[in-house]
Design a protein. Structure first.
Length: 296
């Protein structure tokens, strides 16, 4: 078993981004500017957004955090999005999910300018991804693609099974793994809660991507010898022995599955850091697009 180290890979990519930003600003270009909207006090969301802000500092980006109480009205949130859409200094922004139940997440996502949608969730960007056109890829799937690429993991002709069909990870991941590209050309099975024999499907996987949000759901008896395991899940489990009061678990029972895997991502330190760095890559790409338009 070999670890797919998302933390080390994300740090390497951050150095690459920082160098590009240095060259960009040396030529008189502006610093990339990433903004984030955080609604409410969800602990996991707050931690995640703080990581994004810190990462911006590390690579030389400007960052803006717009924090709102959980009772903000949908109209007020949409007004904030419109303001960011029309702020020429903002190159990309994200609205941290989940949102309070009184706010329509679909309406919020559709309100974001696709040219600033660095999370890659807008229908326009998802549609372009499906057609194989240049676009912002959804952050977590983009991070997974980067990991598989940088570790030289062969995907062509492999059977890839994805557990979980969310529009954030599972569904876009299925499209990316099946497309005709360097990381792709897999035969993909997208499983979900209605899949009849999930264990059988998982046992056939050369590459198994777990993204359902249930702690330690995937066990050793669901994994074939030598499979590549990508664990997207991260769940907080109460743990009085920890200073934080909780421990983090992935969707995969790491201790036993790692005994059978050829490659595996840990939790934490696997896919999570790559999701954050993907936002930085998309934001830098946004700046490059604008620079090209201005020079044409």
């Amino acid at each position: 078993m070999q670890l797919i180290d998302g933390k080390a890979t994300s740090n390497a990519i951050k150095l690459e981004i920082a160098e590009e930003v240095r060259k960009l600003t040396a030529k008189g270009g502006k610093k990339p500017h990433l903004a984030a909207i955080l609604v409410g006090e969800d602990g996991a969301s707050r931690t995640y957004v703080n990581h994004k802000v810190k990462s911006c500092e590390q690579v030389g980006f400007t960052s803006t955090l717009c924090k709102f109480d959980a009772d903000i009205s949908e109209e007020a949130l949409l007004q904030t999005i419109d303001k960011l859409n029309n702020d020429d200094d903002i190159d990309g922004f994200i609205v941290q999910l989940p949102l309070p139940k009184h706010i329509n997440e679909t309406k919020v996502t559709e309100a974001i300018d696709p040219n600033k949608d660095v999370d890659g969730f807008h229908p326009t960007n998802l549609g372009k991804m499906m057609l194989g056109l240049p676009t912002f890829l959804p952050a977590t799937p983009y991070g997974i693609i980067q990991l598989l690429d940088r570790y030289g993991i062969e995907t062509s002709g492999k059977k890839c099974v994805i557990v979980g069909r969310s529009h954030i990870v599972g569904t876009p991941m299925s499209l990316l793994m099946s497309r005709n590209s360097k990381v792709g050309n897999c035969t993909v099975t997208l499983t979900h809660s209605r899949t009849k024999d999930l264990k059988k499907e998982c046992l056939e996987a050369d590459i198994l991507i777990a993204a359902l949000g249930k702690a330690e759901f995937v066990t050793a008896d669901m994994v074939k010898e030598g499979a590549v395991i990508v664990d997207v899940g991260i769940t907080r489990i109460e743990d009085a022995s920890k200073k934080s009061g909780f421990t983090l678990k992935g969707d995969v029972k790491f201790d036993e599955v790692s005994e059978k895997a050829s490659w595996i991502t840990p939790v934490p330190g696997g896919v999570g850091p790559m999701t954050v760095v993907s936002l930085l890559m998309n934001t830098l790409e946004s700046v490059k697009r604008k620079t090209v338009k201005e020079t044409v």
